[in-house]
Write a protein that binds this ligand. Structure first.
Ligand code: BGC
Length: 420
């Protein structure tokens, strides 16, 4: 009996030791919340999963569908409120700063120093990934929203050419309509409508106006005739959607262009990820042009991986994720698939197709010329409450709940004011 007790005690002790050992050891798993659920997005995310698997990290996926990330951000809020922090979460600009201010983000500064991120990541992105001198997020990419994605065969069929002005674009849409093709592929969800409106505002008022109205929230600009004209232009362009556009997901709108059921989609370059996934080639199957009147400017957003203040045993996985994300090889491989461009300035464009090369060159030039501005629809113009107010007003206008441009401007000013 005595011997048995001793043996049992020894086993118990050994087990306790093993448990303690396991607790102290690093958890080899990355838990990631994101909204990358379309074909192109999933393919891009696979590049990351595979890189981490090679280093021995398991991937715990927390996908929350819904382009633009509104549903994902609701899910994140609930997780954080419950103290259940993911290793990282996909986030846009001002959302990172909100969480950093709430004191729930981790600190990757040591890794940043070791890896030289300060020198490689552009200033515009560091404004959102560094908070009070600490690296709290890592940028994965730079997307831009002022693009047209056009089906080449439809373009040839209607004898269209690159539109240089907003009026040219309307004339092109008319040609598609006359040929019996849906001219504009749009998903009637507020974030898609507002993402398109970002480009319309830039095209109508130019980069200086865009910056004043959409980043500085200057009231005179918001209620100006230029803003009214922007809404007039929005009213003109939405006449070219098909009757089933309400509620459609963005990637289904892209699929309409890929299949030749529609001529053009106005969307961020995540749309290009869908063309890549469908094995379509720029110049042959599709065309990428800047939204007319916005050439030379880039309205950007960047997917950040916000790094939460996870328990000590999950930190090494977080460091591995952050290091892999900002490595040069990953930045090239991932962004080729995603449709975006690298978040580092020192990645060669060799692996990118002609649209990607153009995106990289445009970003560099716009940055040098002071024409790189944040997308209000995509979290880089103003904090989330204001961006949501903007999306709401634009969407009400598109769906006829706000009837005139005058009324739209009034409501926009009011809604932004209330959200401040
Ligand atoms: C993100 C992209 C994503 C798109 C559609 C944007 O907010 O920045 O990475 O592909 O939403 O889901």
């Amino acid at each position: 009996m005595r011997k048995l007790l001793t043996t049992t005690a020894l086993i118990a002790l050994a087990l306790a030791g093993a448990t303690a050992g396991a607790r102290a050891a690093d958890v080899k798993e990355v838990q990631m919340l994101h909204w990358w659920t379309s074909g192109g997005e999933a393919a891009a995310l696979n590049v990351l999963k595979q890189d981490l698997a090679k280093e021995g990290y398991a991937w715990k996926d927390v996908p929350v569908a819904g382009g633009g990330g509104d549903a994902a951000m609701t899910a994140l809020k609930a997780m954080v409120a419950a103290g259940n922090y993911p290793t990282a979460s996909q986030m846009l600009g001002y959302t990172v700063l909100d969480y950093a201010q709430a004191g729930v983000m981790g600190d990757l500064t040591e890794t940043a120093k070791k890896e030289g991120w300060d020198k490689a990541v552009p200033e515009a992105l560091q404004k959102f990934s560094v908070y009070n001198g600490k690296w709290v997020a890592v940028p994965v990419n730079v997307h831009s929203v002022n693009w047209l994605w056009i089906n080449k065969a439809v373009m040839d069929k209607i004898g269209g050419k690159q539109p240089k002005t907003f009026d040219d674009l309307i004339a092109l849409l008319d040609k598609a309509k006359a040929a019996g093709v849906t001219p504009l592929a749009l998903g009637g969800q507020n974030w898609q409508e507002a993402t398109m409106f970002d480009s319309i505002v830039m095209s109508t008022g130019g980069p200086e106006f865009y910056k004043k109205a959409m980043n500085d929230l200057d009231e005179d600009s918001l209620k100006s005739d230029t803003m009214k004209k922007s809404f007039d232009n929005l009213a003109k362009i939405v006449k070219y959607v098909d009757p089933n556009f309400s509620g459609r997901d963005w990637n289904l709108a892209t699929a309409m262009v890929i299949k030749g059921d529609a001529l053009v989609q106005v969307m961020g370059d995540w749309a290009k990820g869908e063309f890549v996934a469908a094995k379509k080639k720029p110049g042959t199957d599709y065309l990428c042009y800047r939204f007319p009147g916005t050439e030379g400017s880039v309205i950007y957003n960047s997917d950040m991986f916000g790094m939460f203040n996870v328990p000590a045993d999950r930190k090494s996985a977080q460091v591995a994720l952050a290091t892999a994300t900002l490595s040069k090889s990953f930045q090239s491989a991932f962004n080729v698939v995603k449709g975006s461009v690298p978040a580092r300035t020192d990645v060669p464009d060799t692996a990118f197709d002609e649209c990607g090369k153009m995106g990289m060159a445009n970003l560099k030039a716009a940055n040098a010329d002071g024409k790189l501005v944040g997308s209000l629809a995509q979290g880089y113009g103003a904090p989330p409450a204001i961006a949501n107010a903007y999306k709401d007003v634009v969407s009400k206008f598109v769906h006829g709940q706000i009837k005139t441009s005058d009324e739209a401007v009034q409501q926009l000013v009011q809604a932004i004011d209330d959200a401040k």
